[in-house]
Write a protein that binds this ligand. Structure first.
Ligand SMILES: [Zn+2]
Length: 216
């Protein structure tokens, strides 16, 4: 999960139709979130849902509030449901700075730690833990499918980092930077890998400020 930036003007259909899932809402969210689920950061492709940050059950008055709507994948939408009413709001908080994601490749577990103890951090940590590691002790088939995709993408990133470390050239550097582009999946976890190696973090620190100020 990373900080997000939305179009300042709400899509017209929210006020004209009173529905939250108009074509313009879907298109704008897809553009603003670069086609990724706001929770797990995987590409959603055609399997997406419009997610209410404050669920319709908990906050019916926010059903068509533009700032309460996000694009999510079905997997995360189900994991979150109405059970996490106090998550970090990615529109106002750089979530990737508040939490740290580290992958234990040997045990195939993802460790999520709170770096900034602010309201919502612990609840967000718990939801991301369930998304990455499964809700029970063992991953279900679907949870395992998600983890495999996460693992594949992260291993590509680690390979690019390794190439860069062995041969720091403009082209190997560009390869790493490409995988850190805002349109790429699992950026918070990639940042976690960089944080674990201070030299690499220093080298790529300008590539890991997503959706801040005028730079996107
Ligand atoms: Zn997701």
């Amino acid at each position: 999960m990373i900080q997000l930036k939305k179009a300042a003007t709400p899509p017209a259909s929210l006020s004209t139709t009173g529905h939250y899932n108009g074509q313009d809402v879907q298109e704008q969210l897809m553009r603003d979130q670069h086609g990724k689920c706001y929770l797990c950061e995987d590409k959603v492709r055609q399997h997406y849902q419009i997610e209410h940050f404050q669920s319709q059950a908990n906050a019916p008055e926010l059903t068509t509030d533009w700032n309460n709507l996000f694009l999510s994948c079905g997997y995360c939408n189900q994991k979150k449901s109405h059970r996490f009413p106090t998550l970090l709001n990615p529109l106002t908080i750089p979530v990737e700075e508040a939490l740290d994601i580290q992958t234990d490749w040997y045990r195939k577990r993802v460790h999520i730690e709170v770096r900034q103890n602010i309201p919502g951090a612990e609840s967000t940590r718990e939801l991301l833990h369930r998304i990455h590691n499964g809700a029970g002790g063992m991953r279900t088939f679907r949870e395992q499918m998600f983890y495999r995709e996460f693992e594949n993408e992260l291993s590509c990133f680690l390979s690019a980092l390794e190439l860069y470390q062995h041969n720091p050239s403009p082209s190997t550097r560009a390869e790493v930077a490409k995988l850190l582009h805002i349109s790429q999946p699992f950026l918070a976890a990639k940042l976690g890998e960089l944080r674990a190696v201070p030299d690499l973090y220093a080298e790529f620190k300008d590539d890991v400020h997503w959706n801040r100020g005028s730079k996107s």
